[in-house]
Design a protein around this ligand. Structure first.
Ligand SMILES: [Zn+2]
Length: 500
């Protein structure tokens, strides 16, 4: 059956294979939150961890099984009975039972024989099935295994009751034709799953090759986190299936939110050019592309950003053109003449040439200068002090708001957080703006580096980006935020009230 007519499900292993990536450790709360989001997005199976890791991990897996999700919750288990028992202690629905498949694993790592591996696997599958578990058997390093042995092993697993089998590309070694060859044979045995790694940048392609050969479940992680170069990224496979083959799997509108959630829980930042969820995935700067996009949304995008829960962004820089600049100005209700527009475009390009992304505030300042308008600032930072150390970080700010001085203080998880709390408290309802993004860039590498903080804030249907630089990160953050708030309330008629 053609891929476009098939049903494909996902097994998410962000909480197991993803967490095995260097430096990642998720708390029980974080795992539970991610599991809930995966379930809401229609992931079919959630591999919540490895019960054999220790009591802490078992507690965490139990937290996930207690959530009573629609998704099946499983634990990783090595090819020993004790691992299955430990998984049962966590009340999981199933196990991902990993047994050796390649000669490297069978002979060198475990010093055993093909016959023994088959016998042990049959015994373990029967044991797990007797205890009511859903069982998926993974032949570790399957892509490097002898194909005849792999077929014997997986056939024995299915015959002894396994629900499905998988030949993981454990080290990201396979090419798409190898994957197709393997799954062409395994899929005759029973239901098969894909498990690919991205060491050659082929994780998505290999997954699609296996699906084309007959597999119908995909193991992957959100954002592609995982050991070494990572696992296949679920959001990429889901969108490739949706866009390329018309196969509906997950609630794709949740993909961006899921990506953000996993990125912040794992502290693994997303590369800006990452497919589907990278910051630049739906951002256009070049004049030609911006102009084309303004004429037809689909001109330079494969599918609309809303499909993955995002919005299109047009940004200005050295590649800016008239159409993009004009559209940027119109978003802030600024109308300009043709001559003014030419002058603004050339100044925007000049700023972009210096390697800067041109923020809304930069654009508006340039327009004010070109049009000879003087801007009345409604909110200005007069003074800021922040203290952190052994106690709770605190900060106090003095602002001038509509000509009147306001002083306020705040506490937070760090000095920047405390200072932002102080600003919000001083501004009351005017600070009812959402901080949509917050970026810090160090311009030089030393501890005396000047940092640039860029914030994107929105209030109602208006949003604005502002950047500020300082050697002190708290000062830069507060200046950027105060400027952004000032821009957001600039056209509002009402006075900026302190409390209401
Ligand atoms: Zn893996």
């Amino acid at each position: 059956m053609a891929l476009s007519d098939r049903e494909v499900q996902f097994l998410d292993t962000t909480l197991r294979d993803g967490e095995q990536a260097p430096g990642i450790s998720l708390s029980p709360e974080e795992k539970a939150e991610i599991a809930r989001a995966l379930d809401a997005a229609n992931v079919s199976v959630i591999e919540a961890g490895s019960a054999c890791t220790g009591p802490g991990e078992r507690e965490t897996i139990s937290r996930v099984t207690d959530l009573d999700l629609d998704a099946r919750v499983t634990s990783f288990a090595r090819g020993v009975r004790n691992d299955i028992d430990l998984a049962l202690d966590c009340d999981v629905d199933g196990v991902n039972l990993v047994v050796p498949a390649s000669d490297r694993h069978v002979e060198e790592k475990l010093d055993t024989t093909h016959e023994d591996v088959v016998d042990t696997t049959v015994d373990l599958v029967e044991y797990a099935k007797d205890h009511g578990l859903w069982v998926e058997v993974l032949g570790e390093d399957g892509s490097r295994a002898d194909l005849d042995f792999l077929e014997d092993l997986m056939g024995a697993a299915i015959d002894s009751g396994a629900d499905r089998v998988c030949a993981p590309d454990t080290v990201g070694h396979a090419t798409p034709d190898r994957m197709f060859e393997i799954y062409d044979r395994l899929s005759d045995l029973g239901p098969t799953s894909m498990h690919t790694h991205d060491d050659l940048g082929l994780a998505v392609t290999n997954t699609l090759a296996g699906l084309a050969a007959g597999a119908d479940l995909v193991h992957g992680t959100i954002n592609g986190i995982g050991e070494r170069a990572g696992n296949v990224a679920i959001e990429e496979v889901a969108m490739a299936l949706d866009h390329g083959y018309g196969v509906k799997t997950l609630d794709t509108e949740m993909l961006h939110e899921l990506g953000q959630l996993v990125s912040s829980a794992t502290d693994v930042p997303l590369p800006p050019n990452k497919a589907v969820i990278g910051e630049n995935a739906f951002t256009h700067e070049s004049g030609i592309h911006t102009d084309g996009t303004l004429k037809d949304d689909a001109m330079y995008e494969p599918y609309p950003p809303e499909k993955v829960g995002r919005e299109r962004r047009l940004v200005l820089g050295k590649h800016a053109g008239r159409a993009g600049v004009k559209a940027g100005l119109r978003e802030h209700d600024v109308e300009v003449t043709d001559d003014e527009l030419s002058e603004i475009v050339s100044r925007v390009k000049e700023l972009g040439d210096r390697g800067k992304r041109v923020t809304d505030a930069d654009l508006l300042t340039i327009a004010e200068e070109v049009q000879g308008r003087e801007r009345d600032r409604r909110v200005e930072l007069v003074d800021l002090t922040a203290a952190s150390g052994s106690g709770t970080p605190t900060a106090s700010v003095r602002l001038e708001v509509d000509g009147e001085e306001r002083v306020s203080s705040g506490t937070g998880s760090g000095p920047v957080d405390a200072a932002i709390a102080a600003v919000r408290s001083a501004l009351g309802s005017a600070a009812n703006a959402q901080l949509d993004s917050y970026h810090v860039d160090a311009i030089t590498g030393g501890t005396d580096a000047v940092v640039t903080v860029e914030v994107e804030m929105s209030r109602g249907d208006r949003s604005v980006t502002v950047a500020a630089s300082d050697s002190d990160i708290t000062t830069a953050s507060v200046r950027a935020m105060v400027d952004a708030l000032d821009r957001l309330v600039a056209n509002e008629e009402t006075p900026v009230l302190a409390d209401d």
